[in-house]
Design a protein around this ligand. Structure first.
Ligand code: ADE
Ligand code: ZN
Length: 342
């Protein structure tokens, strides 16, 4: 499956050329991982807004040129990536725009053997834009009923907007549990919005029956992962800084808290220098539960199968990759249905 994605800057291009770790992509693609493509699997860390390909953005806003999209979605570091992410979010003006994005994402996932996805919606951004979250989520819920895969939702608040702005996201998520919302999470800038400030809203979310996830240890160190655990996170988005802290890895292993690892994302935002230098394999060998995900596939120019292929270049055998695919369904926040579980 070709990853179209947004144009890469020179630095990003260099980084992604390094991702093959010496193996020509075609050697891996379609040959080693044929069985894996067919294994039912889950995508547990994917942002709807980060999955919108340039062609879909042009469908949403026909006044946009590809050159304009390319210019606004170029970035060299994490801060630049967040600006690109916000720019894409601002192009989404109606519930139908969100629904179109979901239609495209669901069909791309289905084509890769994904049977169940927990899709993150930046509900905090929708409220910040002053839009009608009920109308947008209603359209997404309806669209998800027609999707070829089973879809559940993680509603996400933005760390740097602060805990007060997160509260209405939790309240909405709690009300939408009957309509597919399974969890509450926080993303954005973990340095500007430390997890400890969200202790109260995480408690409220848990008491409302929501599961909890938290981006942490992506751009900040292991202490950020510890804070996420302290406020009750049950899965960690990224969490790769755990590699710097032996005791933390033991805790993640013993408590069976998985890291939602997104290798290409980490290379493209510059938090790791190359895919070959990514700690995924070392975390796995330390017994930390790891899951393979895309994060923002359009903005990072990646696909879920491509991420499994990349993991193969980092030393995972086909059997190990199949086990990771099976683990993705086990770590879902909801019980994948018969359709998903086989
Ligand atoms: N929102 C979308 N992608 C993100 C990422 N990689 N880190 C934090 N917040 C995000
Ligand atoms: Zn993410």
């Amino acid at each position: 499956m070709a990853a179209m994605g947004f144009a890469k800057s020179d630095a990003q291009q260099a980084a992604s050329q390094a991702t093959g770790a010496g193996l020509p992509e075609e050697t891996i693609r379609g040959q080693r991982l044929v069985r894996l493509l067919e294994i039912p699997k889950a995508e547990l860390h994917v942002h709807l807004e980060g999955s919108i390909e340039p062609e879909t953005l042009r469908e949403i806003d026909p006044s946009l040129s590809l050159a304009e999209i390319e210019a606004y979605t170029k970035y060299d570091d994490f801060a630049g990536f967040l600006r690109a992410y916000v720019w894409v979010n601002k192009r989404l003006e109606t519930p139908e725009h969100y629904a179109v994005a979901l239609r495209r994402l669901a069909s791309t996932l289905a084509a890769q053997g994904v049977v169940y996805a927990e899709i993150t919606l930046s509900a905090g951004v929708i409220l910040w834009k002053g839009q009608d979250l009920e109308a947008i989520y209603g359209a997404l819920w309806e669209e998800s009923q027609r999707a070829p895969i089973e879809i559940r939702w993680i509603l996400d608040a933005i760390r740097q907007f602060g805990a007060e702005a997160a509260r209405p996201v939790v309240e909405f998520a709690a009300r939408a549990r009957e309509r597919g919302v399974v969890a509450f999470g926080i993303g954005g800038d973990e340095v500007r919005g430390p997890a400890r400030e969200f202790a109260e809203v995480f408690r409220e979310a848990r008491e409302a029956g929501l599961r909890l996830t938290c981006h942490a240890g992506e751009t900040a160190g292991p202490e950020s992962v510890r804070e996420a655990l302290a406020i009750g996170a049950e899965r960690i988005g990224h969490g790769i800084a755990a590699i710097e802290d032996e005791a933390l890895m033991v805790e993640l292993r013993e408590r069976a808290i998985p890291l939602e690892v997104c290798v290409t994302s980490n290379v493209r935002t510059g938090v790791v220098a190359t895919a070959a230098a990514h700690p995924l394999r070392r975390l796995y060998e330390a017994g930390v539960p790891v899951l393979i995900n895309t994060d923002d596939p359009a903005l990072f120019g990646c696909t879920l199968m491509g991420e499994y292929e990349l993991a193969a270049t980092l030393g995972f055998s086909e059997t190990e990759l199949e086990e990771l695919a099976e683990a993705s369904l086990r770590h879902a926040f909801a019980e994948p249905s018969r359709r998903a579980g086989g």
